[in-house]
Design a protein around this ligand. Sequence first.
Ligand SMILES: [Fe+2]
Ligand SMILES: [Fe+2]
Length: 292
Amino acid sequence: MTIGQDIKPIDAYPRVRRMRFRFGQPEPMTHHFVQDDIPLTHLISVLSGAFPPGEESFIRSVRKFSGEITDPVLKKRVAGFIGQEAVHGQQHRALNDQLIEMGFPIVRAFTFEPGARRERALITVENLVPRQVHLAVTALAEHYTSTLAARVLGSEAIQDIPGDPEVWNLLNWHAFEELEHKSVAFDVYRATGGSETVRIVLMAGTYALTIPVVSLGVAASILSDPRSWRPIKVMRQSIRLYRGPIVKGLMKEIRPYMRPGFHPDDVDTAALLEHWRQELFGARGELNDRIG
Ligand SMILES: [Fe+2]
Ligand SMILES: [Fe+2]
């Protein structure tokens, strides 16, 4: 079987950049590293904790099909996707090590080394479901990351949130590359005959659970960190977070994925991507000196 024959060539393949961020240097990070914002600090910590195991699972899901991908364009895009997700995992692990040292126990709960018992358990669960379902989970997760990425990179209000500069550098770079590879897993899914019904049903279930599960994760993170036990402040800042530019309207932007025939490229992010390519990696790009 030849996979991906009918996929249109794209201008550029996702490029793998071997980044090296310098967290806590030269100044140590402050505990609530999004300037004194407790829930947002914990939301970013929970996401950062979840990224490495999540992204490693995405890579495994796509690799399950790699032997069948013969189309050279799709092959290169898959290689770029795998390389980018691997570096994301490495760099979030570097941040997570800092966060664990700073006293964020929930990040430790997510952190397991390759080959550890929890990783083996996760792989067992992944292998219990058909590989198309595993890949469909990756494709929907990529819709979440690219939607969030477009918000982070496209909103001045979000960019203006004061926080640790190196954490922002990491998030902007990660967001940028999520946009670069946003349709790769989806195209592998579609090219391998992935069912529209399975794709949409999985998203419908995930959609309903997103806000409750993420809110519970953030609440658990705050409860596990005595330095965040400021109930009135947490309540006030949580309301601001739900009504603010990161969360408000996010779920509405996720919804189009449930339309039959949807493709990630239906959301045009080309101009945003080009703007940030110059900003981060152009001739005077802010992150050129972070490429190892
Ligand atoms: Fe990623
Ligand atoms: Fe991704």
